[in-house]
Ligand binder design. Sequence first.
Ligand SMILES: Nc1ncnc2c1ncn2[C@@H]1O[C@H](COP(=O)(O)OP(=O)(O)OP(=O)(O)O)[C@@H](O)[C@H]1O
Ligand SMILES: [Mg+2]
Length: 325
Amino acid sequence: MRRLIFDFGSENVRMGMEGGRRPPLTEPAVVAHRVSGDVVAVGEQALRMLGRTPDGLEAERPFTRGGVRSQKLAEALLKNLLARVGGHGFRRPEIWIAMGAGASAIDRRGLGVLAQHAGAARVRFCSLSACKALGLELPLFQPMGSLLVDMGASCTRIDLLSLGHSVAHQKVEMAGDHIDEAIARLMRDRYNLMVGEATSQAVKHALLGDGADRATANGRDLVTGLPQSVTLERDEVLPSVALLADQIAHAVRELLRDVSPELVADLAGHGVFLTGGGARLGALSDMLQDRLDLPLHLDADPEQTICKGLQMALDPKYGTKLRTA
Ligand SMILES: Nc1ncnc2c1ncn2[C@@H]1O[C@H](COP(=O)(O)OP(=O)(O)OP(=O)(O)O)[C@@H](O)[C@H]1O
Ligand SMILES: [Mg+2]
């Protein structure tokens, strides 16, 4: 049976094929459906409909904060992805999913059931934090503490690993989306401009990903009701980044309070590893480094860390060591 690996994110779903001959496929985790429930578009096509749907049609994200928001929409998305690779020898595949330490048996069962409905023959779960450590090429099975911070769109997961296991974890219910929302609020309250999700995200990428000093957004003028554009300065969005950095630093301190001093001491030399799309927010990593006073390492391809690690976890040398069910 051929195997497929999945990283279900709230913004993106990534799917890799056993053998890794092709790079993992990344698809926006969005499904457009009628009020009746009929699915009309998934992925890239559905993403373009976000904020542009007429009455009777909705575009939604099926996953959030490491869990499933809508079983039915998640199943539709997965079915579509499986259909795309069905002709490449992956009909009725075994699928491997990375699940976080905080996921419950109910979360796992829900995902397992929907994956089987979508066409998977079998579902295997792997430790999410172990996959990240493998993807980061950390010494996973050594008695050494590694601190991983994964900042996605909907949440930030913090894990301390040693000897292949998560020793402690924390979750901050805030990540990249928080900055998009802050930018939209700023546009509305300071400049009377309503902007959509895609626009505020593009402004974030320009100011904080590319490091531009200013970025222009187009939207609807709240006074005239007509199209308008506004230019935002980088400094105006930094307070929202600082709030996120404060929350993450606070969660890291909470996590470290309850672990052995040996593991905490390991971090002084080893530092913190930042993954997920949020690792591309240059200002955030600078602020985190200041607040934690620890060396911070950025993955070169932070969105792919989990898939890379899952791909490695398929190696028979790991047997069932990384499996969580
Ligand atoms: N160049 C960039 N600059 C700034 N932010 C970026 C950049 N590229 C991606 N991001 C942000 O990274 C986030 C998406 O990251 P990722 O794909 O890891 O999330 P996800 O896995 O779908 O979400 P989650 O793990 O929270 O469920 C978004 O907030 C996105 O705007
Ligand atoms: Mg993610």
